[in-house]
Every structure is written in C-alpha cells, then in structure tokens.
Design a protein. Sequence first.
Length: 367
Amino acid sequence: MNNNESNDSSQADESAKPENIGSERPAQSLPSTTAADSSTVRYQSAGQPQFKDRKTGLIVYGILQIIMGFFCAILIPLMLLPRFVGPAAGPPMNVQTLVPTMGMYALLAVLLVCLGVGSIFARRWARALTLVLAWMWLAAGSTALLMLVLLRLIPFDFAAQGQQIPPQMVMIIQVVMLGTMGFIYFFLPGIFIVFYRSKHVKATCDFQDPHVRWTDQCPLPVLAMSLMLGFGAISMIFSMSYGFVFPFFGILLKGVPCGLLVLTMTLLLAYLAWATYRLKIAAWWTTLIFYITFGVSSIITFSRIGLMEYYRELNFPEEQLRVMKQTGIIDRMNMPLMFGVSFVVFVAYLLWVRRYFVAGSVPNVDS
C-alpha cells in the first residue's frame, strides 16, 4: 500500500468515528438537519438520544421574563404614588418603610430582565437560574397562599371599614382575589418549571452554549439554598431603612446592639451563601443552627409582642396603622404560627439537600 492509500484510509477511519460529546460538554457546532427533521437536533455520539430544538420556546419565555421585569420596575413608582398625589390615593405612607419592598422589586426587575436576555440567547446559566427561582417562587407562593387561607386573611373585613357590600359581591371579590393569587403563585411558576425542566430545553441550552458555566458547578437544589441565603443577606441590608429594630428572644432589640446584630447576620448570610455554593459541609451545619436559632427567637418574640407594637417601633405612620387595623388583617395574623410553618418548611428543605454535601456529589443536578 502506498502512502496516498494509507492517508486515504486514515482519513476514512477518522471520519467514521463519532464525535465525543459526553453528558457535560455538548458539541461545538450544530449538525445539519433535513427538512423532514427540521425541529430535531441530533447529538453525534453513540447512544445519545435526539432532542427537539426549543430555541423558539426559550425566546418566548425570555420575552415573558423581560415583561415581568418591566412590570416589577413599574411597581416602584406606583408605590410612591400616595406620597405625591395626597390623601385621595390612599393613607399617607412613610417612604422609609417602603425601601425594602422597593429594593426587592428593583432587584427582581434587573434579575428578570437579565434572565430573559439569557433565555433568548439559550444560555445554560439562564435556564438553571430560572428553574431554581421558579421553584422558590412556587414554594414561597404556596406557603403564603396557604397561610392566607388558614388565617382567614381573605377577604378583608369590609364591614369594619364601614363599607356596605352585598354578600354576592363579597363572594365575587373572594373568587377574583384567590384566582389572581392562584395565577401568580401557581400558574406562572408552574409553566416556567414545566418548560425549563424539559430535557429538550436543557439539551438545547447545552448545545447552543457548550461552555461550562458557574451554575454547572453546583447541584440546582443547593444553588437554590445558596440564592435564598444571598437574598437573606440583601434583605437584611434593606431592613436597615426601618431603623435598627429586631425581634430577639422576646424583646425588640434597638440601637447600637441591634445594628451590630444586623451587620453580623448580614455578613454571616453572605458567607453562608458562598460556602453553600462551594458545597462546604460546615456551611450546611451553620445554616441549620442559624435558622433554628432565628426561628425560635421569632416565635418567642411574637408570642409576647403584638404586630402593631412592632410596626410602631418601625415608625409606620399612625394613619397607615389605623387602616391596617380596620381591615382586620392584623388581628388575624398569627405570627408565631406563620414563623413556625416557615421554619419547619425551610429546615425540612435543609435536611433534604444534606445529601449533596458529601464527597463525590454530582454537579449540575436538576430537580
């Protein structure tokens, strides 16, 4: 056999070998598709199943996230409306008490727009973060809606507000409110979870974005825990706008001691968010101890101190407190029960993710 024949044989052997894609690193280039199979992309490795290209769906859901981000941004000036319009728009508001809520809306607006853009470009990190946040949204919304129903916080006490509303209209208001909350707390996060959990969506993102991203270095359930701790640190910063008042084992801690406690908790939560992402077992134990301590402290405090007293210490305007009192919501809010339920749910979640904090845990685990 001459050299030319040897080279031809070698090239033929190379072309016959399938590309080594692997489960973590997809191909660097898109394979060609036929007209009959235009919606399906095929991995070029042996035994790798076909997947349907979901790029169009990623664009649609990305646009939806951007719209939701703009909606969150619009809510910020709307919250300030009573401040500038006057009594006709509602009771007077202390802007200082609105800072935490406005800060969270601003954070959500930026986050949703970034995730929307990432989804449009089929980025792996966008899919992972969207899926994690959708699960957090569903869990928090379900817990909140359950508490609203159990504590009879819906409907408002219209009679206490001096409003004569027929029973039929009250029923309609109840249905509309529950339907709206069901749409926000169940339907919206549900459709995001169903779409982004799809193996075809994951394969599309892996194929379009073959580079390993930071979200691939951590199991998604642990990534959710890390994000919750990070949000906790940010919320502690926003809470400083209320003044330094913090419930602490039966008393309301104020002044410099409260400021030092809040600063310590902020730094601790920020560290735990990072260490949890790094799958450090010490972070898991510290988080468990922290939330047990925080939960017990909150339950003890609000068993002794009423919510109205706490709001007064936070410098809520008296007119706003009066309106809140008239609705009957404050009287029906069982804070120890609410903290207890939230505490049990989060500790149960911590115990569930404990399995990932071991040597050899598999990264990029979807749940």
